[in-house]
Design a protein around this ligand. Structure first.
Ligand SMILES: Nc1c(NC[C@H](O)[C@H](O)[C@H](O)CO)[nH]c(=O)[nH]c1=O
Ligand SMILES: CC(=O)[C@@H](O)COP(=O)(O)O
Length: 166
């Protein structure tokens, strides 16, 4: 059984203007998802962020939901929460790879996203990672989104140097 230590050690950023976070959760495993959401909400509260939550059927729907929100709503960042547990077929690989790649593509496009989609071999691995008193991956995903939002605000309105352009 893995340890219960969390792995995010940066201090949470502070904000002078309100932050609006959207949590997109796939409650494919409801108890696991509930723990992930509790952890994410606790970290968001510590940073004073406003939180809205939507549910989608599974991890594969999380990136499209964030893409829709990016086009049709006005959130500062997104927290993707879910749990993918290996089954008998290769569908596990599709769900893990395509959900994470979808989030990364949105992130490289400028979306501030924390990825809290667990990809595990069994339920025991999920439980300890979702538990807010354990590895708190939901809290870690919220923290990641908040750090990216802080970065985007740090550089907002700055004239572009001759820096790297995607
Ligand atoms: N097996 C898991 C899934 N599978 C469902 C997909 O995410 C998707 O909803 C479906 O293929 C319809 O498009 N989703 C999870 O979140 N976790 C799993 O373990
Ligand atoms: C991760 C999955 O898609 C998995 O839960 C589906 O189970 P199976 O591969 O046994 O159909």
């Amino acid at each position: 059984m893995a340890g219960t230590e969390t792995h995010y050690t940066l201090d949470l950023p502070s904000f002078d203007k309100p932050v609006k976070l959207l949590i997109v959760v796939a409650p494919y495993y409801k108890d696991i998802a509930d723990d992930l959401v509790a952890g994410a909400r606790a970290v968001a509260a510590k940073a004073g962020a406003e939180v809205e939550l939507i549910e989608v059927p599974g991890a594969l729907e999380i990136p499209p939901a964030i893409a829709l929100a990016g086009r049709m709503a006005d959130f500062d960042g997104y927290v993707a929460l879910g749990c993918v547990i290996r089954g008998e077929t290769t569908h596990y690989d599709t769900v893990c790879n395509d959900s994470s790649r979808g989030l990364m593509m949105l992130g490289l496009g400028g979306a501030c996203i924390g990825n809290g989609i667990l990809t595990v071999e069994n339920r025991d691995q999920a439980v300890v990672r979702a538990d807010p008193a354990g590895q708190d991956k939901g809290g870690g995903a919220a923290a990641a989104a908040l750090h990216l939002i802080a970065l985007s605000r740090k550089w907002a309105g700055k004239t572009k140097g001759i820096g790297f352009r995607a």
